[in-house]
Design a protein around this ligand. Sequence first.
Ligand code: SF4
Length: 287
Amino acid sequence: MIVKKITPRGFCKGVYQAIEIVKQSIENKSLPKPIYVLGFIVHNKHVVQELDKLGVITLDDRFKSRLELVEDIKEGTIILSAHGTDEAVKRKIIDNKLTLIDATCNDVYKTHDSIKEYLNKGFNILYIGKKNHPETNASLSIDSNIKLIENIEDLNEIKLEEPLFVTNQTTFSINDILPIHEKIKSLYPNSVITEEICNATRFRQNAIIEGNKNVDLCYIVGDPRSNNSRNLVKISKELTSTKTFLIESVKDIDLKDLENVNIVSVSSGASTPNYLTQEVIDFLENL
Ligand code: SF4
């Protein structure tokens, strides 16, 4: 069996930066302790568990909003995750006199800046992203009038007005965004559309399209919460017609799936640590 290692894969610059910020904060004696991270610093539970062992407390409760999570904290330092954070939550942290450290990726802030620029010019804003994802929530929090769609069908349900500025979540699928843009252009011909999929996402998605030629099976190593990992699976299935599994680690491989497989490809999401992917590659090569 041939194992194709698709590159680029794994950590992007935003994820490296966010994890590094957390590690430096633990070492920094001048910062008030404990060190909290609001939400998963990046969407991978292995990364979160490793930081947990270093003493970091991740604030994550699906029954509580981020605002409620912050309200319970009386002292310490709160680090904001790479995905960006709701403006009201940032204000709450400052009002509560907690120390705030921002690990938001610059590419997310680039989208925020373009939203603010077009709001100032008097445009209506349409954001294409996944509902309830922290990055989407952070972008929507910039202004209560920003409209959200998740897919092309949503355009049938929403009433928009020009002048219209259109932007999107950085980890959106390159395959899904273009038809949405085409439909927006036909409905609102004067709209200003930017395509804000970050380079890390774009390069990983293109590498799957290129690397999956003649492949029988593809493994994407990533956490189910990771939007960019799930989109790699979607791209692999839809654009390369390859049987594809999202696995969190080598433990998720089912040998039955590898029967009659001659070529297997392996890639990973932007929040997946390299050692998890390497374990999968080593296991497959040993077969
Ligand atoms: S996937 Fe893109 S936007 Fe998200 S952290 Fe990585 S570089 Fe930044």
